[in-house]
Design a protein around this ligand. Structure first.
Ligand SMILES: Cc1cc2nc3c(=O)[nH]c(=O)nc-3n(C[C@H](O)[C@H](O)[C@H](O)COP(=O)(O)OP(=O)(O)OC[C@H]3O[C@@H](n4cnc5c(N)ncnc54)[C@H](O)[C@@H]3O)c2cc1C
Length: 489
């Protein structure tokens, strides 16, 4: 059979959420097409920690998602309202996030995560990374509180199992290469299945096949010069195919096409990450130290905000630096606060007993200037302000070209550590313009009959930055809507 009610392109979180919602809403024959082999399945969703950002009004809401969750005096899960989430979206995107889409994302975040949990996804509180112990109580910052049990690997496995149980067919090694567009409507998709072309017809197509982060050509075209040098943190399969196909039939591009989520990443990581090491290359404990470029100068405010609000944009800053490299510097006082990925054997790390010795070991760096920068940084710290890593403590530097706004501590206790970083791209922000039903709009802002989009492919949500954990939520929220609409078409 090559005629379906709904064909979903991609098999990540957004695609599988779409397929499940299409089933919920009456579509009978649903096909999921996945470019990767079964072994490489799951897209970027499989690389995640499985952390979903969503609005909740306290413990009782979390308990709806994890019925076995116990209330305890030693844990404060806090709350995170729709308006907190919306505020964060506006804050990190400099107010650019699309008003309608961000309202949908934030207001439907809880019900969508709840829907996933009812479908069978198992969630658990995030341990360690999103909470701090204050007076014996583990206090969550709010927002990013739950992750899927077993993280991205389990997230994809579970969604695939649930999808299969719902009678939805998944075809691997099947890359969509073109849309079949006749008489002003989408009729199907052309596919390379095991490298052989064929056509599949459908009433509705949901494109949920990721951004263009894994295409060095598109990165350089849209993000700018230097981006061909970035390392890819996720799947090698997100090469912008869905965007290219949709633009070809007249879809309207939307959002931050020159923007992406990119982090500090080990400078010696491979071109594409492999599932075992991806998150281990990430280096995002910079708020507890400083970062120097090849000129030996600081180039970001490492303490601008909690790392959740800065880590996704600092990769972009390192791409602008000479040779696209940086070195993160820490001393003994804070070494224990670094994430476990700093402990992996393959990390590009140097260690020294003195700062003089350390700067000489930083390959490709002006060591005299690096030493001067560290000393000037140490001398500029406002010691009168109390250091407190659980809040934005305001303990800053004074009078530097680039000041550090919070958590400024002297780098003075040996041994000293430095970690070599470059840019690791996570996903791109530019996408397609969709209406509130996730139907793709054309250049005259009218819906293209039969065409829907979800996940990384939706433009207008993230600009410059994103609040950690909202990629999965966005995929699920808009995936669910796209699947629903596709079924009703
Ligand atoms: C290392 C890492 C960690 C992350 N951690 C988190 C986190 O904890 N929380 C969070 O919210 N976000 C996180 N993200 C971001 C998150 O992964 C994405 O926002 C989200 O997974 C995107 O989902 P998606 O379904 O749109 O895309 P994907 O999951 O990437 O799925 C797209 C799928 O489309 C397939 N595909 C591509 N082209 C074609 C084609 N032509 N035909 C058929 N199939 C095709 C791909 O193979 C892939 O399976 C992380 C990303 C990375 C890389």
């Amino acid at each position: 059979m090559n005629k379906y009610d709904v064909v979903v392109v991609g098999a990540g979180n957004a695609a599988l959420s779409s397929a499940l919602a299409a089933k919920d809403n009456g579509a009978k024959n649903i096909l999921v097409l996945e470019k990767a082999s079964q072994k490489e399945r799951g897209g970027n969703s499989r690389y995640t920690n499985g952390a979903y950002r969503f609005a909740y009004n306290g413990f009782s809401d979390l308990k709806k998602i994890i019925p076995s969750l116990k209330n305890s005096n030693s844990i404060d899960y806090g709350k995170y309202t729709v308006s907190d989430f919306l505020k964060d979206m506006k804050k990190v995107t400099d107010g650019k996030t699309d008003k309608v889409l961000s309202k949908i994302l934030t207001s439907k975040s809880f019900e969508t995560v709840h829907w996933l949990s009812k479908k069978g996804l198992k969630f658990t509180p995030i341990e360690g990374r999103q909470s701090f112990k204050v007076n014996g109580v583990m206090k969550y910052w709010g927002g990013l509180t739950l992750e899927v049990n077993g993280q991205g690997e389990k997230l994809v496995d579970s969604l695939l199992k649930i999808t299969k149980k719902n009678g939805i067919k998944i075809q691997y090694d099947s890359a969509a290469i073109d849309l079949i567009y006749e008489d002003n409507e989408i009729k199907g998709v052309e596919v390379l299945h095991k490298n052989k072309p064929h056509k599949i017809y459908a009433r509705s197509i949901v494109l949920a096949c990721g951004g263009f982060e894994s295409s060095s050509e598109m990165r350089t075209r849209y993000l700018g010069p230097g981006w061909e040098m970035a390392k890819v943190r996720g799947t090698k399969h997100n090469t912008g195919d869905g965007l290219t196909m949709a633009l070809k039939v007249g879809a309207s591009p939307y959002g931050n096409w020159s923007g992406c989520h990119a982090v500090f990443h080990d400078m010696n990581g491979p071109e594409f990450s492999d599932l075992k090491i991806s998150n281990k290359y990430r280096k995002i404990s910079y708020p507890w130290g400083i970062v120097l470029n090849a000129n030996g100068e600081r180039f970001v405010d490492e303490g601008e905000d909690f790392r959740n609000y800065t880590y996704a944009k600092f990769g972009r800053e390192v791409i602008k630096q000479p040779n696209q490299i940086g070195w993160q510097i820490f001393d003994q006082k804070v070494r224990h606060m670094l994430y476990p990925e700093y402990d992996v054997k393959s990390a590009t790390m140097v260690k020294a007993k003195t700062l003089e010795e350390l700067v000489k070991k930083l390959s490709g760096v002006n060591s005299a200037k690096a030493l001067q920068t560290i000393k000037e940084y140490n001398d500029s710290i406002r010691d009168d302000i109390k250091y407190d890593p659980t809040i934005k403590d305001g303990r800053c530097t004074d009078g530097l070209k680039v000041n550090k706004t919070n958590w400024a501590n002297k780098i003075d206790k040996p041994p000293f550590y430095a970690y070599g970083v470059t840019c690791g791209i996570t996903f791109t922000f530019g996408g397609l313009r969709v209406d509130k039903n996730c139907q793709v709009l054309n250049k005259v802002m009218k819906p293209i009959k039969g065409l829907y989009a979800a996940g990384e492919m939706v433009g207008g949500i993230f600009y410059f930055n994103y609040p950690g954990g909202s990629g999965l939520t966005s995929g699920a929220v808009f995936g669910k809507i796209a699947g629903h609409s596709a079924a009703l078409n």
